[in-house]
Design a protein around this ligand. Structure first.
Ligand SMILES: Cc1ncc(COP(=O)(O)O)c(C=O)c1O
Length: 329
């Protein structure tokens, strides 16, 4: 029997026809980044990538100022999260702080890791010594929270030999990003910030040698398109595009929040490109919006059945959403 947690539970994507406007993923709504897209299109799919990803690991290591052995690429950070649960020395309790990205709990299940769920930040710190692996999402998906205890958590993790993983999927889209403790492990998903989530490529940076971690992945876990993307995302034209678009996204997020508040709705803004809005029965509202060609993220699976998560989109999309919401509500 398939346990609930093993079902595909990403509320954003569905199998229906492509929506007119998609607010459900937190990918950069002004993407795709044209420089990175060109690099992907120029990749040669008639050959295998380098199975050791030598040049890509070196480029990522240089970008982050670490040794190449401290970097491991993967088929998206989802794959890396699952791979972490297969490290022999991490096969103990996993600690998370819900509501948060579902893939941590989803990875704990098939790996048969006991799951500890903290109710708040102080309980997270108290439970940390009992875990072997702990995840914090910065800023958190879906709440947008940026925890003020990252350094404290990293210090406890360090002392008690817990691997603390910071999931930085939306960090590059964050206004005033918080400083990160250097001893934490870091997961990067540049496909979000560059609006290319169909490219399955992410990477892990750790304060230790990841050679063994690299070897527990299937061979060629990342295709040539993913490899081309990760390298192109580091290049100056991509970084300039990102710097420009994120400014615009923050402005669009603020405009969307203002429009939603004008409808009398409670809004919780993240410092990145997304926000939460309280609509009452989120599943019904999401279905009614979907029928009008608008896809939104129903937060019921996060344990927030009254909330939708919306990402900033171009003004015409945001206008369409506000009008549809006014009708549906
Ligand atoms: C917080 C967070 N981390 C990681 C991921 C996975 O990203 P990917 O597997 O595309 O790298 C997502 C995707 O939605 C996410 O929201």
């Amino acid at each position: 029997m398939i346990d609930d947690v093993l079902k595909p539970i990403h509320g954003g994507t569905d199998s229906g026809p492509p929506p007119r406007y998609d607010f459900s993923t937190n990918a950069n709504g002004l993407g795709p980044n044209p420089h990175a897209l060109r690099a992907i299109q120029q990749a040669d799919p008639s050959r295998y990538p380098d199975p050791l990803y030598t040049a890509t690991h070196a480029a990522l290591a240089c970008h982050h100022g670490v040794a190449p052995e401290q970097v491991a690429v993967g088929g998206g950070t989802s794959e890396l999260i699952h791979r972490l649960t297969r490290l022999r020395y991490l096969r103990g309790p996993m600690l998370i702080l819900p509501p948060t990205f579902s893939e941590y709990a989803r990875a704990a299940q098939p790996a048969e890791l006991p799951l500890l769920k903290a109710e708040d930040g102080s309980q997270f710190l108290r439970l940390l010594p009992q875990a072997t692996l702990a995840f914090l999402c910065v800023p958190n998906n879906p709440t947008g929270e940026v925890y003020d205890f990252l350094f404290e958590a990293a210090e406890i993790a360090d002392q008690r030999q817990v691997v603390l993983v910071l999931d930085l999927a939306y960090y590059a889209l964050c206004q005033n990003p918080p400083p990160l403790p250097p001893t934490a492990w870091r997961l990067y998903s540049p496909n979000k910030a560059h609006g290319l989530t169909g490219v399955r490529a992410g990477y892990l940076v750790a304060p230790q040698d990841l050679t063994y971690f690299r070897h527990i992945a299937p061979s060629w876990v990342l295709g040539v398109h993913g490899e081309a993307f990760l390298r192109a995302a580091l290049e100056p034209p991509s970084q300039a595009w990102l710097a420009e678009t994120r400014q615009r996204l923050w402005q669009l997020r603020a405009e969307l929040a203002q429009g939603l508040r004008a409808l009398g709705l409670e809004v919780q803004e993240s410092p990145a490109n997304f926000l939460l809005v309280r609509v009452g029965q989120a599943t019904q509202v999401a279905l009614a919006l979907r029928a009008r060609g608008l896809r939104v993220r129903d937060c019921t699976s996060f344990g927030l059945p009254e909330w939708l998560r919306l990402s900033a989109q171009v003004p015409e999309a945001q206008q369409a959403l506000l009008e549809a919401l006014a009708e549906v509500l």
